[in-house]
Structures are given as structure tokens and as C-alpha cells.
Write a protein that binds this ligand. Structure first.
Ligand SMILES: [Cu+2]
Length: 241
């Protein structure tokens, strides 16, 4: 937030100086009644050229440093997450595993499988307790997908192989609510149906939902056996906490 506001302030300061100089030139060097021919031409002015090359470079450099600092803070993985979710994207839905609780979410039903409309009620729902440090471990069962909850202001790709990038989202949900999520990486025919919801609920509701899942027999994690090519050395998933 501070980065956004301060960037605007910096941009406005530069803007006001630039607009001021433009206006000043227009007025001070306007064509007068008795002037003839071209105005005085100026080229290859070294100090001026050095000036207008270095100042923008400095501005970009400063923006870069602050943006990088902010991004690193956002990307920082929690050392001690209270909730760990193993997220598995697949053509064309999601599996959500509650790792510490050792239960898994109901798989959703997709429109193209049933032909029925009104699928929002039947997409997979990820429950998260409000105010807790949550680590999402991002995996894909087949092709590239992307985990996107617009309200989280963060989107991250899921990779099907062992590339050590984009593996985690660390988030602390700040308020309760029902948020829509979707796959943001074109992943095949029914990509547009790859929807899910995130319900951020109180700690008690979260606990009772987990108990519900357990009572319904959703014990254990939906693991590699559901992958398109199970047994492949995909992802070092052993680091689930
Ligand atoms: Cu997808």
C-alpha cells in the first residue's frame, strides 16, 4: 500500500515539474510578431543529454528497489504456518487437501460432466480459518494451471514437474467471506469450468467443517495416484508439513 501511494506521489511530483517546464517553454519561447525563420537550434548538448538519460534511469532504479523489497516480503514463506493446504490443479478442477488435519475436500462436479447448469453450487470449496497463517502448496496433476482468487490480489501458476518455482502462497485471510477463484492459465477444453470458491470462516466453523469431512470419510490426502501419470517423479511433495 505504501509502495502504491508513494509511487503516485513520486509520479505526480515528476509530472508537475514536467508540465511546468512544458508550459514555461510554450509561454517564454512562443513565436513573437517580428520573429522570422527557425528559432535557435540546439543539438549535441552533452550535459543535457547526460541529464535526461541518467535521471530517468535513477527513477526506474529507485522504483525497482522498492518494488523488489515489497515483492520479497509478499513472497516470503511462513516459517510456521498454522494451516497447510495441498492444492492440486488438474484438468479441469481442483483437489484441496488439509495437510495437518489429514482430510481432503469434496471434489467438485463439473458442468460438462453432468450437462447441468448452475455449477457454482457444486464447484470445489476451500475452507480457510480467518486470521490464521495459511500456506498453500501449489501442485499440478497434469498441465500448467494457475491458482487465482482475485480478492487475494495474488495469482500463481501451478507446474506439473519438479521445477522449484511458484510453489507456495503464504496468506493470512483478513476477513470472513465467500470468494470466487478460478484457473488463470489456459489448460484445455474446459478451462473455463475450472472454478472454485474459498470460504473464509471463523475458527470454530473451520474446525466443524474439518470434523464434517472426517465424518464423511474424506480422510487422508488425495495424492499422486490421481495424477495423469502417477508414479512419475513429479514434485518433491514430501515436504508437506
Ligand atoms: Cu487450469
Amino acid at each position: 500500500m505504501a509502495l502504491w501511494v508513494n509511487s503516485w506521489i513520486a509520479a505526480l511530483v515528476v509530472g508537475i515539474i514536467t508540465w511546468g517546464l512544458i508550459l514555461w517553454c510554450v509561454v517564454a519561447y512562443r513565436r513573437r510578431k517580428n520573429t522570422e525563420g527557425f528559432p535557435h537550434q540546439l543539438s549535441y548538448n552533452l550535459p543535457l543529454e547526460v541529464f535526461y538519460l541518467t535521471v530517468p534511469l535513477m527513477i526506474v532504479g529507485i522504483f525497482f528497489v522498492f518494488t523488489d523489497r515489497e515483492q520479497k516480503a509478499i513472497d516470503d514463506r511462513f516459517q510456521d504456518p498454522e494451516v497447510v493446504i495441498d492444492v492440486r490443479g488438474k484438468q479441469w478442477s481442483w483437489d484441496f487437501n488439509y495437510v495437518k488435519e489429514d482430510v481432503h475436500e469434496d471434489p467438485g462436479v463439473q458442468t460438462h460432466q453432468t450437462g447441468a447448469l448452475g455449477a457454482r453450487e457444486r464447484v470445489p470449496i476451500l475452507y480457510l480459518p480467518v486470521g490464521k497463517r495459511v500456506e498453500l502448496q501449489l501442485n499440478s496433476r497434469d498441465v500448467q494451471h494457475s491458482f487465482w482468487v482475485p480478492a487475494f490480489l495474488q495469482k500463481r501458476d501451478l507446474y506439473p514437474d519438479a521445477r522449484q518455482i511458484n510453489r507456495y502462497i503464504s496468506v493470512t485471510p483478513g476477513r470472513t467471506g465467500d470468494f470466487d477463484g478460478k484457473c488463470a492459465e489456459l489448460c484445455g477444453e474446459f478451462h473455463s469450468e475450472m472454478l472454485f470458491r474459498v470460504k473464509v470462516v471463523s475458527e470454530q466453523e473451520y474446525a466443524s467443517h474439518i470434523a464434517d469431512l472426517r465424518a464423511r470419510g474424506n480422510t487422508g490426502l488425495r495424492g499422486d495416484e490421481y495424477d495423469r501419470s502417477p508414479g512419475q517423479p513429479a514434485l518433491e511433495r514430501q515436504d508437506q508439513r
